[in-house]
Each structure stands twice: as C-alpha cells, then as structure tokens.
Design a protein around this ligand. Structure first.
Ligand SMILES: C[S@@+](CC[C@H](N)C(=O)[O-])C[C@H]1O[C@@H](n2cnc3c(N)ncnc32)[C@H](O)[C@@H]1O
Length: 250
C-alpha cells in the first residue's frame, strides 16, 4: 500500500488529544514522510497580513470577533481544545483572515510544465500567508487502502497515475480524488514555494499550505510531497525542473 505503513512516524509522537498543541506538524501527501526538518519559528519575521493586497482589509476587530465566536469558544469555556502556542495561534489567525478575505479568489488552475494541471496565483502572496486549504473526503486507513486499489485499477479515475491522498496523521487521510478543492492541483517541487501544515480549528484538523517565501503573480504554487523513499518498486520521475531536483518523487 502506498500509505498504510505501521511504522509511520515512529520517531514522532502521534497527533491525538494528548499531543501538546505547541507541536506543529508538517505532514504531506499520503505516500510521504512527515516533514520534520522545520518547526516552531519557521517564519521568524512573520506578520499576519491583514491586507490581502487587493484592497480587501480584514480588520483586527473582525478577526477577534471570528476567533471569539468560532475558534476559541471551547478554550474559553474550558473545553477540550488545549491552549496553543504563539506560532499555532498565528497560523489559526492567518487561517481566519484568509477565510474572511476569500484568499482563494486569486488562485487559478492551468496547464503546468511540471505535470498536467497545476495551481497558480494571479496576485502577490507574502511569505507566511495562507495560500490554500487541502480539502476532500476524510477517510481512515482501511478505506484509503481500498480506494487506492480501486483508483489504481483505473476503473474510476481519469488520471490513473495521479495521487490525491494527503495523510493528516496516523489514522486519517484526505482523499481529494472525487471530491476535493483546488489544492488537489498543487504539484510537487523539490524547491517549493509553500509548506503544508496541519492546524487545529475547533478541534478539527485542517491541512493548510502557507507561503514559504514571497510568491509572485503568475507563479505556480508548489510544495514538497515528501513521498516515501522506500517505494523502490515504482520510482516516479520528478519534472519539477528545479536546480536541486532529486529526480524522483519517491
Ligand atoms: C495531487 S496531483 C497534482 C495535480 C496534477 N498535476 C493534476 O493535474 O491532477 C499529484 C500527482 O501529480 C503528479 N505530479 C505532481 N508533481 C509532480 C512532479 N514534480 N513530477 C512528476 N509528477 C508530478 C504525480 O502523478 C502525482 O501523483
């Protein structure tokens, strides 16, 4: 199976109710290793961009109201959502800003030189800003295993070779194959402009891509899939064309 490995992340604690919320995970496609190379403080100069660059200003008052009504309700009432670190708090705040300012309006799906279709931005995106959320059907490993066989058999998939699974944690996979958002078109690059993070909003895990550097209008949005290297039987050539390309996705 591409994603069902029992030894997955044995060196890092599982994300569950006991996991301290200050540990921010960076996971990737279902076939991939979690990205442990970067952690807290990844965006040292990070400022929450209240202006989306298109004249749409989301006020601090609006953000506070959203956080109060939605995000922090369970914390305030002593519910199960644990107190979060400054970094995670900033990421959540950025998620809210993105939702309020409809940050996805500037994203376009278009032909890619990397693979088939890709996701592009038509506006400047500041380093640290949220770019897109990976949405789809959240399924358990068993269902994902079954679906993977079904998809690979090519019976119910247009693009047999493409993988639209994103592993959230040890138990959950987001399957964007049949039901998904535009993030399913984000291609891999060995020199990506985004990084994927799992953040918790109202006790629900969300997979969110944040800009790892400033991204210019017209640039393709990419992230590093961190596919498992041990799928030796089926090497997938990488066409990201970056100067440090690892030549294979796995
Ligand atoms: C989530 S899809 C990305 C969107 C895809 N381009 C499309 O048109 O649906 C992931 C699949 O795209 C392909 N892909 C993405 N990045 C690639 C790269 N750098 N080199 C080769 N194939 C890539 C692989 O087949 C991978 O399984």
């Amino acid at each position: 199976m591409l994603h069902a490995r029992n030894d997955y992340h044995t060196d890092s604690p599982p994300i569950n109710a006991e996991t301290p919320s200050h540990i921010i995970k960076e996971w990737s496609c279902a076939r991939t290793e979690g990205f442990k190379g970067r952690g807290k403080g990844r965006f040292p100069n990070y400022q929450i961009p209240f202006n989306d660059g298109d004249g749409c200003i989301v006020s601090q008052v609006q953000i506070n109201a959203w956080v109060h009504i939605n995000g922090q309700k369970s914390c305030i009432r002593g519910g199960v959502e644990p107190a979060c670190s400054d970094v995670e708090h900033d990421l959540r705040k950025e998620y809210i800003r993105y939702k309020l300012s409809k940050g996805w309006k500037h994203l376009v799906v278009y032909n890619s030189s990397i693979h088939d279709l890709g996701l592009y931005t038509s506006r400047f995106i500041t380093r640290g800003a949220m770019v897109v959320e990976y949405v789809g059907e959240v399924v358990g490993l068993r269902v994902a295993d079954k679906r993977e066989i079904e998809y690979q058999s090519g019976r119910r998939l247009q693009c047999k070779s493409a993988c639209y699974f994103f592993r959230i944690d040890r138990e959950q996979i987001i399957d964007a194959t049949r039901k998904g958002g535009i993030a399913r078109f984000v291609n891999h690059s060995c020199l990506p402009n985004c990084v994927a993070k799992v953040i918790s909003i109202k006790n629900e895990k969300k997979v969110v891509f944040f800009a790892e550097r400033d991204i210019n209008p017209g640039e393709e949005v990419t992230y590093d899939y961190h596919f498992n290297r041990e799928d030796e039987g089926m090497k997938i050539p990488c066409f990201c064309n970056s100067k440090n390309c690892r030549r294979f996705l796995n």
